[in-house]
Design a protein around this ligand. Structure first.
Ligand SMILES: O=C[C@H](O)COP(=O)(O)O
Length: 252
């Protein structure tokens, strides 16, 4: 049994207008305050940037963290539409998701850029949730582990520690598709990620490695029981209080 405390993170992506987002955050805060026992995990909500400050306000002092979904690598300057890591920290965020495959695909983000963003997040005092994952074609070619390890080599800076960095393994073909990776494949990939972390970082055994890709209440317990799976990065199922809470409750 590992002593890494699981993290269940909700990535709301580009969903929720103000009323729905605030209802979702307050619904989860109520679940937590009404729970007879404290959940056996840390909880993180990553709403769209437009709602982040308000979500931080709704969560108040309850033990749920809030984070951004991306940041720029520069501290400030002429980057129209972008958000600096310090701006996220300034409004109460503790984490930021970086290198999500949707950003890699939609915005051409390379692992080199993600490394720069991760350094910026650390400098702002944020914990970076660095995403890695292979496409279906890469898996079919037998290259999944090599691709993910290659992404880690470049995306993770030397200053990464188990305190300031979380890894999220998300097979691209499992995101939003209802298809989850087979337990044996998840186990193999998370073991490879752990080996890589231990090779490179003195505290590599303490990093949390999340699984993401169609996690829902019905499959959460099975996935969370896999060795080296230290939580989940949840998309679709994080948009409903009952579903997200069901995943939180699956942490034992
Ligand atoms: O960031 C979350 C992931 O992309 C997973 O999304 P999903 O749970 O909708 O498959």
């Amino acid at each position: 049994m590992s002593d890494r405390r699981p993290l269940i993170a909700g990535n709301w992506k580009m969903n929720c207008l103000r009323d729905d987002g605030l209802a979702l955050a307050s619904g989860l805060a109520s679940k937590l305050s009404g729970a007879s026992e404290r959940p056996e995990c840390d909880i993180l909500l990553c709403p769209p940037a437009t709602l982040l400050a308000d979500v931080v306000g709704v969560l108040g002092h309850c033990d749920i963290h809030a984070g951004g979904q991306d940041c720029h690598f520069d501290k400030s300057g002429a980057h129209t539409g972008d958000i600096a890591a310090s701006m996220l920290a300034d409004i109460g965020a503790s984490h930021v998701i970086l290198g999500h495959s949707e950003r890699r695909a939609d915005h051409g983000e390379s692992s080199t850029i993600i490394r720069q963003k991760t350094i910026a997040a650390h400098n702002a005092g944020l914990t970076a949730v660095v995403c890695v994952g292979e496409t279906e074609q890469e898996r079919d070619l037998g290259a999944a582990i090599a691709v993910v390890c290659g992404q880690m080599d470049v995306s993770l800076p030397e200053d990464a520690t188990a305190e300031n960095t979380v890894i999220a393994y998300e097979p691209v073909w499992a995101i939003g598709t209802g298809r989850t990776a087979a337990v044996a494949d998840v186990e193999e990939m998370h073991a490879a990620i752990r080996r890589k972390l231990k090779e490179r970082f003195a505290d590599g055994d303490a990093f949390r490695i999340l699984y993401g890709g169609s996690v829902k209440p019905s499959n959460a317990a099975e996935l969370l029981a896999v060795e080296n799976v230290d939580g989940a990065l949840v998309g679709g199922a994080s948009l409903k209080v009952e579903d997200f809470w069901g995943i939180v409750s699956a942490c034992k």
